[in-house]
Ligand binder design. Structure first.
Ligand SMILES: Cc1cc2nc3c(=O)[nH]c(=O)nc-3n(C[C@H](O)[C@H](O)[C@H](O)COP(=O)(O)OP(=O)(O)OC[C@H]3O[C@@H](n4cnc5c(N)ncnc54)[C@H](O)[C@@H]3O)c2cc1C
Length: 462
């Protein structure tokens, strides 16, 4: 599909202005801001950016775009990492961040309904006084719409699942402007095709999500965090595998390699031993959380873990997790001015040690720095390759490392991405991972979006 012609852009712009007034922008700075994510991927600005306030406005916008065959790119907080929001065919970017209302909280049913521009931090502030929380926690303060669209997860997924498990229903504007609801508030339903799961992870390629019904949880009586360091990476990973295989209901279990610990020490002032380290968290009753912490302390001791320190103090816990959430920026500070090529894979837990050790051996042969962190309780880990994208040789080297990482994970029955998604950056791996199923995905894409206007050039190549 070619980029949109200037005359058509002008026409679409005027029609959008008629319904949205000054919530339509063609200014260069606004467009530039909406043509990039937080990764190294080369930005490409959309032609027009719009800021709707309601599902009906989104429907009217999409209808106009459909009539002109103009690409539509939904946009949340812009924190994705695989070139998800790049407008490589121009078009209209729908910024959903002004749709930021919590519409309903049903405390007795442990669910809520929100607009897509609500961020995860905003939602948790809103819920705190009710004794409730929403656990999905990508490091960034992403929007709930973007998290739904990327099937995000994060540090808590080992206990609470990903967006896949925690979205109950959606309101979606389809590519012709029709509005549908995918499900109701019931915890279970066996009624028809599961469209909710189809749209979770669809990355804006099937429709625009305008309302999300989420599962909520009671804030646990006790939350305890711990840190433990290991003599080498393998011991740390083996201790994780053992913890998971014993069925301990751990809430967070995060691995940082030595380089990442060095980065966090200097960026977040942690003062940890510069060794492979696990950050952990336990949720439950006071006695339950303490018992979990003691058990995991014993397991890590068996694998050479030393100096197992745990705390229930809010301030200390916050410092630890703040440092974990800033791990990518800490990594970036190892090479000032660099950009991040953040890649993630996920493997069955029994293959995690092999996958991480082979990856580490591979990195030893490279001149690029690449700290390793991971939500390892799920078998999911990330490399943050620190690159200068203006240097083609560094891009090529990062590309080769990424290719080998993905192929290694696939050979171990894993996936090319546990949580960041496909965007444009990982499209080339979809066939290797899914084989003939990609043709079925293409059929679905065309059924929902026959003109290929919804975030074209992402996930599926047509
Ligand atoms: C420092 C850092 C750490 C991160 N850690 C994690 C992590 O631990 N786990 C994880 O899963 N991710 C992580 N990410 C990636 C990112 O935060 C997630 O992918 C997040 O879900 C993106 O949300 P967003 O609001 O920024 O979406 P955007 O980047 O704005 O959009 C992402 C995609 O969703 C689509 N989209 C957005 N809103 C809608 C909507 N309402 N309807 C339809 N489509 C829509 C867009 O078109 C795009 O394809 C991290 C990113 C950074 C920068």
């Amino acid at each position: 599909m070619a980029a949109v012609e200037a005359a058509s852009v002008d026409k679409v712009g005027l029609e959008l202005q008629a319904i949205l007034g000054d919530r339509v922008s063609r200014s260069q700075s606004v467009r530039d801001h909406h043509g990039k994510d937080e990764s190294w991927h080369h930005p490409i600005a959309p032609d027009i950016v719009v800021f709707p306030h309601s599902t009906e406005e989104v429907a009217a916008i999409v209808k106009i775009c459909a009539e002109h065959g103009t690409p539509v790119i939904p946009f949340g907080a812009g924190t994705s990492l695989e070139g998800h929001v790049i407008a490589d065919r121009g078009g209209v970017c729908i910024d959903l961040m002004q749709m930021d209302q919590v519409l309903a909280v049903n405390a007795e049913d442990l669910d809520c309904r929100v607009q897509p521009g609500v961020t995860r931090k905003q939602l948790n502030s809103y819920l705190r006084d009710m004794g409730l929380f929403f656990p999905i926690d990508p490091g960034a303060n992403a929007s709930i719409g973007g998290m739904t669209a990327t099937r995000a997860s994060g540090t808590n997924a080992v206990r609470y699942g990903t967006m896949r498990e925690n979205v109950l229903a959606l309101t979606v504007v389809l590519s012709d402007g029709r509005i549908i609801k995918t499900s109701r508030r019931a915890r279970k339903s066996a009624a028809g095709y599961d469209l909710t799961r189809l749209f979770v992870g669809s990355e804006g390629t099937l429709g625009v999500i305008t309302e999300i019904t989420l599962r909520l949880y009671g804030i646990p009586e006790s939350i305890t965090s711990a840190v433990v360091s290991f003599p080498d990476l393998k011991s740390a990973v083996d201790s994780v595998i053992s913890t998971i295989q014993m069925g301990i209901p751990i809430a967070r279990i995060e691995l940082l390699d030595k380089l990442q610990v060095q980065a966090c020490n200097s960026y977040s002032g942690l003062g940890l031993a510069e060794q492979p380290t696990l950050f952990l968290e336990f949720h439950g009753t006071t006695a339950g959380a303490e018992e979990q912490a003691k058990l995991v302390g014993e397991i890590s001791g068996e694998f050479g873990g030393s100096d197992f320190q745990w705390t229930g103090q809010l301030e200390e816990r916050n410092k630890l997790w703040e440092a974990r959430h800033n791990a990518a920026y800490a990594a970036q500070s190892l090479r000032p001015g660099c950009q991040l090529w953040a890649t993630d894979v996920c493997v069955p837990i029994s293959r995690l040690a092999d996958c991480i050790m082979e990856t580490q051996a591979d990195l030893e042969g490279s001149y690029l720095q690449a700290p390793l962190v991971g939500h390892v309780g799920d078998g999911n880990f990330h490399l943050t390759l620190l690159i200068d994208p203006e240097k083609p040789e560094e891009l090529e080297e990062a590309n080769r490392i990424n290719d080998r990482l993905v192929m290694r994970a696939l050979a171990m029955e894993g996936t090319c991405t546990g949580e960041h998604g496909i965007g444009s950056g990982k499209m080339k791996f979809l066939q290797a991972e899914h084989g003939d199923a990609v043709a079925a995905m293409r059929t679905l894409k065309l059924a929902f979006d026959p003109q290929n206007i919804m975030n074209p050039g992402k996930i599926i190549s047509l």
